[in-house]
Design a protein around this ligand. Sequence first.
Ligand SMILES: *[C@@H]1O[C@H](CO)[C@@H](O)[C@H](O)[C@H]1NC(C)=O
Ligand SMILES: *[C@@H]1O[C@H](CO)[C@@H](O)[C@H](O)[C@H]1NC(C)=O
Ligand SMILES: *[C@@H]1O[C@H](CO)[C@@H](O)[C@H](O)[C@H]1NC(C)=O
Ligand SMILES: *[C@@H]1O[C@H](CO)[C@@H](O)[C@H](O)[C@H]1NC(C)=O
Ligand SMILES: *[C@@H]1O[C@H](CO)[C@@H](O)[C@H](O)[C@H]1NC(C)=O
Ligand SMILES: *[C@@H]1O[C@H](CO)[C@@H](O)[C@H](O)[C@H]1NC(C)=O
Ligand SMILES: *[C@@H]1O[C@H](CO)[C@@H](O)[C@H](O)[C@H]1NC(C)=O
Ligand SMILES: *[C@@H]1O[C@H](CO)[C@@H](O)[C@H](O)[C@H]1NC(C)=O
Ligand SMILES: *[C@@H]1O[C@H](CO)[C@@H](O)[C@H](O)[C@H]1NC(C)=O
Length: 475
Amino acid sequence: MLAQAFLSALLLVGSGAHAHKGCGGQEVMRRNPGGRNIDSYAEYASELKRGREGRLDRRQATPTDEASGAESTDPSFECTGYSYAPWAALKANYPTIWETATILSTDTDAQTLFATINSSVAAKFPNIGPKGTNSGDFTGVTYDYGTDPDCWWTDHECTTPAADTGLAADITTVPEALTWGYGFDDGPNCSHNAFYDFLQDNGQKATMFYIGSNVADWPLQALRGYADGHQIAVHTWSHRYMTSFTNEEVFAELYYTRKLIKDILGVTPKYWRPPYGDVDNRVRFIAAALNLTNVVWTDDSEDWKEGVPADNVTAADVTANYQAVIDKAGNGTYTSSGPVVLTHELTNFTMSEAISQYAAIKAAFKYMVPIATAYNDTNPYEETNVTYPDFLTYTNQSSSSSSSSSSSSSASAGSAGLTASSGGSSAAASGSAAATTTSGASASTTSKAASSAGRIEAGVLGVAVGLGGAVAMLL
Ligand SMILES: *[C@@H]1O[C@H](CO)[C@@H](O)[C@H](O)[C@H]1NC(C)=O
Ligand SMILES: *[C@@H]1O[C@H](CO)[C@@H](O)[C@H](O)[C@H]1NC(C)=O
Ligand SMILES: *[C@@H]1O[C@H](CO)[C@@H](O)[C@H](O)[C@H]1NC(C)=O
Ligand SMILES: *[C@@H]1O[C@H](CO)[C@@H](O)[C@H](O)[C@H]1NC(C)=O
Ligand SMILES: *[C@@H]1O[C@H](CO)[C@@H](O)[C@H](O)[C@H]1NC(C)=O
Ligand SMILES: *[C@@H]1O[C@H](CO)[C@@H](O)[C@H](O)[C@H]1NC(C)=O
Ligand SMILES: *[C@@H]1O[C@H](CO)[C@@H](O)[C@H](O)[C@H]1NC(C)=O
Ligand SMILES: *[C@@H]1O[C@H](CO)[C@@H](O)[C@H](O)[C@H]1NC(C)=O
Ligand SMILES: *[C@@H]1O[C@H](CO)[C@@H](O)[C@H](O)[C@H]1NC(C)=O
């Protein structure tokens, strides 16, 4: 088993850029906005609405409705590029999509903020520099893999930086019994409407870790995620290995994704997930300086490897990975905390699999909730006038006023996501169903997972050659 893992690891490194094909954006074709112009989310939302109505009642639908009904979940239609005016107007203020982000020479705000952060990094972590290549080849990296001084996740899945770093532990679990911390990486996927329709029909929200370049490519799809009430979080600008980057690149990958989500959706996320889990104390420090809490996972569904020849992961393997987590719900593993499972909005398979596993997860677990909800963080965005449901509210166990506004938002979710209009000068769906605006909502501090239950069982397979020679790691 280990020998086989080692062999595959070598193959992975040998195949370089192909090592992680499938998870994320590098392989996605760069798109030049073209096609039709869409100037507001309202226009897109009414298209979706017509589509759903067309599908829901075909007998009464006019031929036009039927056509748009089909179109709204036809991948080739959904993934046809379009020009969205608010993004077109902002584009010059952003790095090139799908390339490693750096700070724009004209961006004095970013330069000023970075200068402060950079001097703190140098003072605090003088010995941590970039590691390996941005596609995750750590061959030849000189590192003490045994003691793991940088708390580098990719070495031994370290998630608890030493106390003297002052860094918070990563979130790995959710602090509620029999509760599945529900989230998806790599969106917004251009063809996610069938999946998002499913979540909406089930009144289900999740934490969506969006790639900045995907938000730029598919701003209306990102707006739908927010309007549907999902917790929007950051998954970097170009989806590469974060520990490989200079301080400036780490900063820019996070800074511009956060800023783009603000510019397009109107909110600034306070949570992020490193692609491939690749984070160390230097990266954690820069993220924390941008108020971003790091969320990794306990279990990897490996859905992102399905269909990637080098990874040799079948649909049945992914189903078995889901099942293994579901089985643990029955054996006492989750009596005081719940799993966070790595799953993706990446391909038709990953989304279809999420749909087909949903009923089984619901049956085995008491709750499935977004990460912020599990931690009672009612402010998962910088904007304090936008609040998010806490655990009792989301699970309908509380009859507080915030509960009733939440359930009305969730009750109307079937249409709210479709009728949110673009308000004011902001491109965001104003007053969208994503958030309930309550006065005096207490912003509880995000408590970090202390539990070590349910550690990573499978993950990225990589190899690193340290001073002592080749070291195989099953991550
Ligand atoms: C940031 O800090 C690093 C390490 O101390 C240094 O090499 C780099 O020049 C600094 N970058 C800027 C833009 O000041
Ligand atoms: C981080 O949060 C603090 C406290 O709310 C705020 O003052 C600061 O501006 C935030 N920093 C960034 C980079 O958004
Ligand atoms: C792929 O996985 C199958 C089943 O686990 C195994 O039998 C086969 O040897 C693997 N192929 C490669 C190329 O690793
Ligand atoms: C539950 O099952 C998992 C997977 O087989 C195992 O690792 C774990 O130790 C079991 N936990 C308990 C409490 O039995
Ligand atoms: C979205 O999913 C489709 C399959 O439905 C896939 O072909 C496409 O590459 C994905 N797009 C993005 C941007 O991830
Ligand atoms: C997967 O693709 C099929 C065929 O295009 C489509 O009908 C279905 O809605 C897709 N599923 C998801 C979850 O995108
Ligand atoms: C969330 O709030 C509920 C109700 O007050 C409480 O039982 C639970 O412990 C809280 N969770 C966290 C992580 O603070
Ligand atoms: C809470 O109640 C709303 C409205 O009845 C429903 O749509 C939603 O699914 C419920 N949520 C949970 C977690 O049961
Ligand atoms: C929150 O405040 C900002 C800035 O004042 C404003 O632009 C935005 O519309 C407000 N959002 C909500 C949901 O009230």
